[in-house]
Design a binder for this molecule. Structure first.
Ligand code: AMP
Length: 219
């Protein structure tokens, strides 16, 4: 199954995408994680995208599309994926349609996690993340069992540079200007489901599975 999770930064895409990918037995592909891995490895690509990422700006479409295209060629992504953080522009969405069409495939569903902006700033400000397994936490909403340490792998949690308030505002503006038009794009394609991303995570998961025609017990 080919699925996209759409939604503003801080909407909970990462957490939900991980759950969904596990249930479907397909990879979760996050272009943000792929870029962060490149940065951590010190590659030329990583160095070239660092300034955009730290400032909360989009990496240029050509670079992002090339990175995604390479990831989609891997064997584990042949029969399905859950995309998280891609596409972010109409150009990226059109390119993804073309990539899938060339393989005789198409998107099954795009799930938009709808959350109001006020809630997002608060969510992002308290967010921390495991640099090893990428699990995300929140000081108030989803704290780790042991402060500052990942529940799943024990690594020391970090805060993302781009979760600082000024950068968060840039990321939200980028989202409204460039990514929100994708809601219309996918609605017109007849593959869009909008769900309430402001409810507790379990409710989001339930609605997400329902949108895909899956209920507990069917996965
Ligand atoms: P994320 O982890 O999805 O919040 O992405 C972190 C950062 O990576 C973004 O703020 C962008 O700088 C960059 N990025 C990730 N995905 C994309 C994309 N599809 N298009 C452009 N830039 C991206």
């Amino acid at each position: 199954m080919f699925v996209i999770l759409l939604g503003p930064p801080g909407a909970g895409k990462g957490t939900q995408a991980r759950l969904l990918a596990e249930s479907l037995g397909v990879p979760r592909i996050s272009t943000g994680d792929l870029f962060r891995e490149e940065m951590a490895s010190g590659s030329a690509l990583g160095r070239s995208v660092a300034a955009y990422m730290d400032a909360g700006q989009f990496v240029p479409d050509e670079t992002t599309i090339a990175l995604l295209q390479r990831r989609l060629r891997a064997a584990d992504a042949r029969d399905g994926h859950v995309l998280d953080g891609f596409p972010r522009t109409v150009r990226q969405a059109e390119e993804l349609d073309r990539i899938l069409a060339r393989r005789g495939q198409h998107l099954d569903r795009v799930i938009d996690l709808n959350v109001d902006t006020e809630a997002l700033v608060e969510r992002l400000a308290g967010r921390s993340m495991c640099p090893s397994c990428q699990t995300t936490y929140h000081d108030r909403i989803a704290p780790p069992r042991r402060q500052g340490l990942c529940d799943r792998c024990g690594a020391t949690l970090v805060r993302r540079v781009d979760d600082q308030p000024e950068t968060v505002r840039t990321r939200l503006r980028m989202y409204h200007e460039n990514t929100e038009p994708l809601i219309t794009y996918y609605d017109e394609a007849g593959v869009l489901s909008i769900i309430d991303g402001g409810q507790p995570p379990e409710g989001v998961t339930r609605d997400m599975f329902a949108a895909l025609g899956m209920t507990k017990g069917s996965f």
